[in-house]
Design a protein around this ligand. Structure first.
Ligand code: DA2
Length: 344
């Protein structure tokens, strides 16, 4: 990552050797205490998982990774629920109609259905994505994170590293994403006496039911569409982020925190714009046989969706997902940069 590392919004853009310029934002005393006591030697750049590296850095870094990821996820989940419902159900006239109906029938809690598994898995999924990305870049460019400030990687390398991260994270994400989508699509209000119970009583029951009915492969329903969605679009995600950072940062310097936030937010939007057609197909495949008819495969799903609902179907949920993607990915990149930076 060229110029990887963050500086506080007001800091001058001088090359940084420690996260001290990010201190006002991210906890000055903790870092300074550690630096003074000498308890934080620079760990090697080539570690596979960000989370395990963060553990070595100390609980502060791990907390940051998990907390920012989880916070973004909680704030973004209601938007995600509306997106998923718009993509898979034909009963809504648009975003507002979906929000109103969800609120009326299910109260505010309806927007948070299916959130627990994504929260439980965010650290692993983000660690695989960002860990594989930064290590692939390390292999491709043969330069460490620090050296890349002076010798920025080519966009082709950034794109390939992003695609590799996207490909591998898709397989970790697939079962969690399937359970999320199934639970988000349960429109029954909370169990009331006399009303029929929803099909799944919670995430564990959902996973167990799928496993019992369809075997382990059932948990990977839609995984192909997910992989096809994530492989190129995560290449686009990192390349956009890198490009935006370089546009607004003088050569050899670190992007400011504000730059990281804006570049991360726009990288999220750009990647989701390109990911939406396959996102629709993925969600429909995951719901096949339930609220959707069974499909013979991805192609069948694409063709029959387009025939019945027109080409606009491939952009369902795009607006609300873009509104969600900006803040979620802004904080994700800020914590990623902070972690890289704190390794020195
Ligand atoms: C286009 N795609 C699949 C992505 N950009 N994925 C990475 C960002 C994931 C982030 N938690 C989010 O939900 O936006």
């Amino acid at each position: 990552m060229a110029g990887a590392g963050v500086s506080s919004p007001g800091a001058s853009k001088t090359p940084l050797r420690s996260p001290s310029s990010a201190l006002p934002l991210l906890g000055a005393e903790r870092w300074e205490g550690r630096a003074l006591s000498g308890s934080s030697p620079c760990p090697p750049t080539g570690q596979w998982l960000l989370a395990s590296s963060a553990w070595r850095e100390g609980p502060h870094s791990l907390h940051l990774l998990v907390t920012t990821g989880a916070l973004g996820l909680v704030l973004g989940h209601p938007f995600d629920t509306v997106k998923v419902r718009l993509q898979t159900q034909n009963t809504y006239r648009g975003i507002v109609d979906c929000m109103v109906k969800t609120y009326r029938h299910e109260s505010l809690l309806g927007f948070f259905k299916g959130m627990s598994f994504p929260i439980a898995s965010i650290a692993v999924v983000n660690s695989v994505l960002f860990g594989v990305y930064s290590n692939t870049l390390l292999v491709l460019t043969a330069t460490s994170h620090q050296e890349r400030r002076a010798q920025p990687p080519s966009y082709t390398h950034v794109f390939i590293a992003g695609c590799t991260g996207g490909f591998l994270q898709a397989y970790c994400l697939a079962p969690f994403d399937l359970i999320k989508v199934r639970l988000q699509n349960q429109t029954e209000p909370r169990a009331q006496p006399g009303s029929p119970p929803p099909q799944y009583r919670g995430p564990v029951h959902c996973a167990a039911s799928i496993f019992q009915e369809e075997g382990p492969r059932g948990l990977f329903r839609g995984a192909w569409a997910l992989t096809l969605r994530d492989t190129p679009t995560l290449g686009i995600y990192f390349a956009t982020y890198e490009w935006l950072c370089r546009q607004s940062t003088p050569d050899g310097q670190n992007p400011s925190s504000a730059t990281v936030l804006v570049a991360g937010g726009f990288a999220g939007i750009t990647s989701w714009v390109t990911a939406t057609p396959l996102d629709v197909i993925k969600s429909r495949m995951q719901m096949a046989g339930l609220k959707q008819r069974e499909y013979q495969g991805m192609l069948d799903c694409m063709v029959s969706s387009a025939r019945q609902e027109g080409l606009g179907v491939f952009f369902r949920g795009l607006t609300i997902n873009s509104a969600r993607a900006f803040p979620v990915n802004a904080v994700t990149f800020l914590s990623y940069e902070y972690l890289l930076h704190s390794w020195g």
